[in-house]
Design a binder for this molecule. Sequence first.
Ligand SMILES: NC(=O)N[C@@H](CC(=O)O)C(=O)O
Ligand SMILES: [Zn+2]
Ligand SMILES: [Zn+2]
Length: 432
Amino acid sequence: MKTLIKNGRVYDSKNGLEGKYDILIEGNKIFAVEKEIKDQGYQIIDAEGKIIIPALIDMHTHLREPGYEEKETVKTGCEAAAAGGFSAVAAMPNTKPIADNPAVVEHLKLKSEKAAVRVYPIGSITQDSKGEVLSEIGTLAKTGVKALSDDGNPVMNSEIMRRAMEYASAFDLPVIDHCEDENLSQDGVMHEGYHSTIFGLKGIPAAAEEIMVARDIVLAEMTGIHLHIAHLSTEGSLNLVKEAKARGVNVTFEVTPHHLLLTDQAVEDYNPDTKVHPPLRSERDKNVLVEALKAGQIDVLATDHAPHTYEDKLGEFDYAAFGISGLETALGLLYYNFIKTGIIDWNDLLRMYYYKPGEILKIESEGLKQGSRADFLIFNPEREWTVDKNKFKSKGKNTPFAGWNLKGKNEITFVGGKMVYDDRGGKNEILY
Ligand SMILES: NC(=O)N[C@@H](CC(=O)O)C(=O)O
Ligand SMILES: [Zn+2]
Ligand SMILES: [Zn+2]
């Protein structure tokens, strides 16, 4: 049975598409994309007034399984991804146990088989992500990890990082680093600056991130590997990466929606859902990141979806867990704040949230063309909605965006030719 999506406005400039097109899908593939396809008894989805783009790829997601199933499971995390308009996520290895060996990676692959979206495993750089002994990088590569990262933790020892990069290059894997000098961040809980002083909270200076970004760039230059900086959040880090790129260093970076939209001022009510690594930064940092977004200088957008339980976030700000549950708000926030306002367009979004992550992870990301996998989303730009964490598919209700009123929402996600999410008329349904 073929399905015909009619009358949608399609954006995918890489495949020469911008305007009204009909899309015919058969099995898991796109059979045709044409100005008009005649109905020959197909199953029809009317996308009049809707926008169709390739479904997004989130290269920084925490699925928490195995070990922290109370926070999230592969099933719930992938449902959240489907609802958010993603067809694929890359899963960070900071589970329990850490994905530093083939058994944990195989477990994830098995769990992912029945999930709503595709899952690409990331292996840890060091055993138990302790930063002391390298993981078995060759074995991890054979198991199919798409990158290496100790995310959640920095690799403090520069010698270990150097060796990790050398091994990674032998297997053509990018190294994704969570840049944080722990001697500087210590037990800080928010960005160090005016607001941390006023709120009486221990700060994490911008330098804690920037020093590690600088070190990693030096090591990437020395080893020639592809370095990817996770959740870049400061002006200083951005400048370091820009300079390195200009010198020809193979470095890319990602920015999260929350660092583009919130500042350290958001911590003023001591809401633990504003507590995240790296911390929400200064107004200036945020503005500089938005300028970079506008100038086309950001490589990748990524959620850093970090779900936690209510209990993990309960109590005093100082003791709450770090992290924001981001998969179900990312696209709505980015559309309403940056696309609708003309700061970026749909093709910019695709470059940062589909093509570049696909290229970095070396995974299929061919967009909307005949013969490619039918992974796309149907977005309703007129739909008004309010972020309601109780409607999240994710177990992680920890969002600082609760109650935000947005216009424009993902309504349908197709993964491999199958509709996995349907929110027409507010159904908010996952379909298997
Ligand atoms: N971002 C966070 O604040 N938390 C992440 C870890 C990480 O991305 O560093 C988590 O795993 O909870
Ligand atoms: Zn991190
Ligand atoms: Zn993370």
